[in-house]
Design a protein around this ligand. Structure first.
Ligand code: IDP
Ligand code: MG
Length: 153
C-alpha cells in the first residue's frame, strides 16, 4: 500500500442487497479509482452486528439497528485509496438520506435513516476495528492495481 493511502471499511447493507444495488454501489467505488482489497457476501451474525454498532449501544435505535444489519445478506468490503475514509464518507452522503446530497449513494437510493443502503467507517480507528470484525488478516488480498498509475499522478 502506498504511504499516503489508507484502508476503509464499507458495507452494502441488507436493504441495498435485497434491492439489487450491490453492483451499483461497488461500481461507484471502482469507478472512483478506489482499490478493492477484500469483499464477502454474508449475513452478519448477532456478535458481528453488535460489535459493528457498539458505539451506539446506548441509543434507542440500537436493537432495531442490530436486528436490521443481521437480517440478511450484506457485502462487507475493504477499500483502499488516497484519503479513502473521508472520500468514501463523502460518496455515501449524510446519515439521514433525506438530507443526503443527490449524487451520493444515500442521496440517490435511500429515503429512510433506518434503510440507508450503505455503511462506511468514519475514522482510521473505526476502519481498523470494523475490518477486524468481518475479515481475518489472510482474507485481505495483496496485489498491484495497474490502474493506479492512471488514477494518481
Ligand atoms: P452513519 O451510518 O452515517 O455512520 P451513525 O450515526 O454511525 O451513521 O449511525 C449508524 C446507523 O444507525 C445509521 O447508518 C442509521 O442507519 C442508523 N441510525 C442513526 N441514527 C438513527 C436514528 O436517529 N434513528 C434510527 N436509526 C438511526
Ligand atoms: Mg457511523
Amino acid at each position: 500500500m502506498s504511504e499516503s493511502h489508507e484502508r476503509t471499511f464499507v458495507m452494502v447493507k441488507p436493504d441495498a442487497f435485497q434491492r439489487g444495488l450491490v453492483g451499483e454501489i461497488v461500481g461507484r467505488l471502482e469507478d472512483r479509482g478506489l482499490k478493492l482489497v477484500a469483499m464477502k457476501l454474508l449475513t452478519p451474525t448477532q456478535e458481528q452486528g453488535e460489535a459493528h454498532y457498539a458505539e451506539h449501544e446506548d441509543k434507542g435505535f440500537y436493537d432495531d439497528l442490530v436486528e436490521f444489519i443481521t437480517s440478511g445478506p450484506a457485502v462487507p468490503m475493504v477499500v483502499e485509496g488516497e484519503d479513502a475514509i473521508s472520500v468514501v464518507r463523502d460518496m455515501i452522503g449524510a446519515t439521514d438520506p433525506k438530507e443526503a446530497a443527490p449524487g451520493t449513494i444515500r442521496g440517490d437510493y435511500a429515503l429512510d435513516i433506518g434503510r440507508n443502503c450503505v455503511h462506511a467507517a468514519d475514522s482510521p480507528e473505526s476502519a481498523e476495528r470494523e475490518i477486524d470484525i468481518y475479515f481475518d488478516e489472510d482474507e485481505k488480498t495483496d496485489y498491484e492495481a495497474d490502474f493506479e498509475g492512471w488514477v494518481y499522478e
